[in-house]
Design a binder for this molecule. Sequence first.
Ligand SMILES: Cc1cc2nc3c(=O)[nH]c(=O)nc-3n(C[C@H](O)[C@H](O)[C@H](O)COP(=O)(O)OP(=O)(O)OC[C@H]3O[C@@H](n4cnc5c(N)ncnc54)[C@H](O)[C@@H]3O)c2cc1C
Length: 620
Amino acid sequence: MSMSVRVDPATGLKTFATRAAKATDRIAGKGYSIITDESLKTLPELPPGATFNASEQAKYREFKEARAGAADYMTMEGEFAKYLDDVYSADPIPREALTDECEILVVGAGFAGLLLWHKLRDAGFNDVRFCEKGGDVGGTWYWNRYPGIACDVESYSYFPLLEEMGYVPTMKFASGFEILEYCQKMADKFGFYDHCLFHTTVEATTWDETTGRWTVTTDRGDRMRARFVILANGILTTPKLARIEGMETYKGIAFHTSRWNYNVDLAGKRVGIIGTGATAVQAIPELAKIVKELYVFQRTPSSIDIRDQRATTEEEVRTWANEPGWARARRARFAKISAGRTAIQANDDYLAGRVPDFKERKQYERMLSPEELLEKQLDANFRIMEQIRARVDAIVKDPKTAAALKPYYPYGCKRPTFHDEYLPCFNLPHVHLVDTAPHGVRRINEKGVVHDGVDYPVDVLIYATGFQWMATSTFNMITGRNGHTLKRKWETEGTKTFLGLHSHGFPNLFIVAGPQGGGGSFNFTDAIETHGDYVVWLLTTMRERGDRIVDIREEPESAYAEHCRTMDIATAPLRDCITYYNGEGTAEPGSLAYYGGNRWHKYRVEAQTTLAPYVFEGAR
Ligand SMILES: Cc1cc2nc3c(=O)[nH]c(=O)nc-3n(C[C@H](O)[C@H](O)[C@H](O)COP(=O)(O)OP(=O)(O)OC[C@H]3O[C@@H](n4cnc5c(N)ncnc54)[C@H](O)[C@@H]3O)c2cc1C
């Protein structure tokens, strides 16, 4: 047995030492700066009477229709596979292939993997093994290390287990580098590293009916058996590239934002960045500080809300030290701010518990119909977007650039972004917005980007083209009962799960934070916690009952999938744009995120009370 795989004499279980070293010390960065200029972090007044009238609706529709079919993404295979290389860690730690058995095997070592371990260990499940593609923990925060990276959900609510860890984030919106370190601290404190096989990609997971076990095979030649498999593979894990003619001919240096190349010194270089989504909004202000020329290729502008970054105050640290339960209470309050605009001052007071609610609740004389309620929501949403558009005019000096930077779609339809330095960048002489609306960049040559007959030669080309949403290769490699694959089931019957956590015909398999998985909020670690609690509840229930296998019945699964579809359709006008959230306008209703709010908990509680949706089996 190698040094990286040992047997713990106390438990007889294998322990691992496979965490890879950092590739280079050049990988370092910070998140948002604190801005002192009040004008940059103050929003123009909300236009009080503005309504989403017919002409405004027409403008939104035109904006959307012009972009229909423009999104054309491709997977990173063949010559593009290099964009997926792990650039953050040194070579994998050598180890022998494993052909043994464990009780629970988890795919992924991001926040979901870490939280699952914490909960499983507390519940007395120790024979747990994790497989992680990357060289260390962190998931999203391992892979994404671009300059300026930070969480958009305030860190006091986003970081899980703050009190258990005895930690207070340094900033209201912590840098991704601080979040990664926090994940590493969690792994150290809870003994996670002993349980994880890093640089190990799970390639296939197959159910064996005779033994009642999953066989899990990996790219390291492992062929392990596990009674339970938990997919904690993330929602924004698989980077995607836009398909652009000639991109393979580009001779300069190119990379995707989720594999940032710290070996290239960008100082003094001409840099192009394709895409203006949430990543680009964070990276562009940092790039603008160092590069010689920056070309920003935009198809669709993001909504840029205020950030109001600040350091955690000494008073907060003191108060929280004497307030047991503060972090949990704050996370629970956060979950009620559905639009996620937590940077707004009033919201900060609410989150700290200084005021009872984050907004004045309107009292209507009579119950509004769902249609009337939707109309009110659309008007309120329109006013937020008017404010965001007015902010562009207030900051960006060149009227043509300002016009191009204004988004016309409902707030929250595309992922909202928050920044106080992004818009001012476009007043800098060396930052150029290249408006490629509505079709986006169509041509790249050996020197750089070509748009509208103009050549934009660049030394470095950065793809800020995002990720597949709720679609990871992991879902494509599960073979359940009777040789049926999850991929085929979802392709032929539509996405079908119960609570997003189980799928009929795939016993002892749980999906954390996947399609149709509700119970969370704008804050993803919330959903991860809720799903982790559910999985541990079910495993504990089975242990108490002496059951070894659980599957979900077909009828409750179909009813739940129908519910997801209905809720998606009912709330769709609030998300009427082309966005990765709706598969660029092509996803079947109900097949991706869950839009039923707290109804998810009703389904969950009923299932947990009656146990009716489950089929349990005893020992095998
Ligand atoms: C740039 C960025 C910023 C974000 N900011 C926020 C924010 O501010 N607030 C918020 O709530 N959410 C944010 N998110 C969403 C974020 O993904 C979640 O908050 C959270 O980190 C997800 O944790 P996870 O463990 O579920 O998934 P991940 O962090 O994605 O981890 C999944 C892990 O599974 C591994 N994996 C996948 N497939 C396999 C396989 N076949 N074999 C082995 N390993 C595999 C991956 O390598 C990855 O490490 C952000 C996402 C991105 C990309």
